[in-house]
Design a protein around this ligand. Structure first.
Ligand code: THG
Length: 291
């Protein structure tokens, strides 16, 4: 059983600590044209209003970090990612999670970022390790390591643990400590494979037991293609928090999910005097009265 680790990320003015003994840190997922057609259309049209709205609303709903992805097909991703980040940073001071698979875009993003970013992501492929880890070291960030490599996404928790170990080891060789590696077990859709949920949960448990690192996950992938996704996502995120998930990438505007996170933190003993639960309750009451 490894000692659990804290990951610090920051902006120019705010610091967020991700740890197994603190409340879950929600990374807001919505600034992402890959996952969202409306964002894609707006960015293609050069309209950034939706970025401003998604920034303000996610932070108001409890996101402590915002994921920023600017992957528009055919666009100049380094320039567009910088532009989107600048707009987000005009609206909020929360730290950013830079979501790109393009090393040139990552370098451009890190070069304008003040603070310690969370880089999303590196994986176990040689090409990814070689391109991403030196940039993380040079700019002083933390990095998300995806449990996949040249052979694709392994089908068992043990094999995913091995990929996590490889990423942590390679980061260590460059002077990036395990406290700055956040592992993503990869949640695939349960609609296509009924074992996808179990495999992700068991991977989380194994990785935390072995390395004590923090864990992220695109927690809504799990329900893709199924109806009533919010209930599946809410139940799954609570189970994953028990398994060791500390910083899910999700949509905090979905009340069922945000509430499940608060309830899970309460059940895990990470909500002193139920303060966060009560604050969430008051916020929901206020929202209901405003309707
Ligand atoms: N792990 C890591 N990073 C990730 C993911 C992951 N980044 C991207 C993604 N997965 C998580 N982000 C999103 C962003 C938006 C949406 C889903 C995941 C989203 N999806 C709508 C849906 O699924 O219904 C799309 C609908 C629309 O087109 O508007 O909003 O796993 N490290």
């Amino acid at each position: 059983m490894a000692k659990t680790l804290s990951t610090i990320v920051s902006s120019a003015s705010q610091t967020v600590e991700i740890s197994h003994s603190r409340p879950t840190v929600i990374i807001g997922e919505r600034i992402n044209p890959t996952g969202r057609k409306k964002v894609l259309a707006a960015l293609e049209a050069g309209n950034f209003d939706i970025i401003r709205e998604d920034t303000a609303s996610q932070v108001a709903a409890g996101a402590a970090i915002l994921d920023v992805n600017a992957g528009v097909p055919g666009a100049d991703e380094p320039a567009l990612l910088q532009q989107v980040m600048r707009i987000v940073m005009e609206v909020t001071q929360v730290p950013l999670c830079i979501d790109t698979a393009n090393p040139a875009a990552l370098e451009a993003a890190l070069s304008i970022y003040e603070g310690k970013a969370l880089v999303n992501s590196v994986n176990g492929e040689e090409r990814s390790l070689g391109a991403v880890l030196p940039l993380v070291k040079e700019h002083g960030g933390a990095v998300i390591g995806l449990c996949m490599d040249d052979g694709g996404i392994p089908d068992t928790p043990e094999k995913r643990l091995a990929v996590a170990g490889k990423i942590i080891e390679r980061a260590g060789k460059l002077g990036i400590g395990p406290e700055d590696v956040v592992i993503d077990p990869l949640a695939l859709t349960m609609g296509a494979d009924s074992t996808a949920g179990r495999v992700a949960l068991e991977t989380i448990e194994l990785v935390v037991r072995e390395f004590g690192v923090n864990i992220t996950m695109g927690a809504s992938n799990i329900s893709f293609g199924l109806p009533d996704r919010k209930y599946i996502n809410a139940a799954f995120i609570a189970m994953a928090i028990h398994a060791g998930l500390t910083c899910p990438i999700t949509n905090p505007l979905v009340t069922e999910v945000a509430t499940a996170v608060l309830a899970a933190d309460l059940a895990m003993g990470r909500d002193d005097y139920s303060m966060r639960w009560l604050q969430g309750y008051r916020q929901r009451q206020k929202a209901a009265q405003a309707d």
